[in-house]
Design a protein around this ligand. Structure first.
Ligand code: B16
Ligand code: MG
Length: 217
């Protein structure tokens, strides 16, 4: 098999933090005087914090200066931090740990490739830090997904070529980033929302190493 390393996105793949991002952004929107729907929130998945704010402001048709944007992004992050403070290992999505263990016992390396600047904090909360051979998060990259930087840095840290990497992603921006990196891609979620993945699975519950081998022989 060509695959020597698997790169996991965090939000939506390992844990469902989208719900915490949403309630934090919803509060910011309320404060600005408009309703931010769950459908609007779909557009924020995999997108950086400042780009998320730009989308929120576009939805609310609101124009503000740079300083106000910085203030709102900070406020949103403080709200978000207060929610994720209470996260526990129970919030790891079903099937993730057994699948990672199978990868490890078959000699496949594991990296995290997340846009989030809070990724390390979340990994500590869910006690998953030690599973990863490399962690690339929003603090380590200059260019947000769909730029391939986050995944290319992951490959470099692991010492493998992009052609030997498989990415697991739940957001279109992340799938495009993995495609731009020249990596294999499995989408997590619904096929209709995830274009250009090699395969799409609903989650790791019914997925295993044998299935992966059969797809990438
Ligand atoms: P933060 P991922 C992404 O994480 C989220 O999907 C996205 O909704 C969020 O805006 C982004 O992280 C930045 O997060 O504000 O914590 O830095 O899916 O790339 O793991
Ligand atoms: Mg994600």
């Amino acid at each position: 098999m060509n695959i020597r390393a698997c790169l996991f996105d965090l939000d939506g793949v390992v844990v469902d933090t989208a719900k915490y991002h949403y309630i934090a952004w919803e509060k910011i929107a309320d404060e600005l005087g408009f309703h931010f729907t769950e459908k609007d929130n779909e557009r924020l998945k995999g997108v950086s914090r400042m780009e998320s704010l730009e989308i929120l402001l576009e939805v609310g048709k609101i124009k503000i200066d740079y300083y106000k944007k910085e203030e709102l992004a900070l406020k949103k992050n403080n709200l978000y931090l207060s929610y994720i403070q209470r996260m526990t290992p129970d919030e790891i999505l079903p099937g993730v740990i057994p699948f990672m263990d199978e990868l490890k016992s078959n000699g496949i390396m594991i990296a995290l490739g997340s846009a989030s600047k809070n990724a390390l904090f979340i990994l500590e909360k869910i006690k998953l830090t030690l599973k990863f051979d490399a962690v690339i998060d929003g603090n380590k990259v200059k260019n947000a997904k769909p730029d391939p930087e986050v995944f290319l840095k992951g490959a470099i840290e692991l010492g493998v070529t992009p052609q030997n990497c498989l990415v697991f992603e739940d957001a279109q921006a992340g799938i495009d980033a993995a495609r731009n990196a020249g990596m294999y891609i499995i989408g997590i979620g619904q096929t209709e929302n995830l274009k250009n993945a090699d395969h799409v699975i609903p989650g790791f519950q019914k997925f295993n190493f044998n299935q992966l081998v059969s797809w990438y022989m």
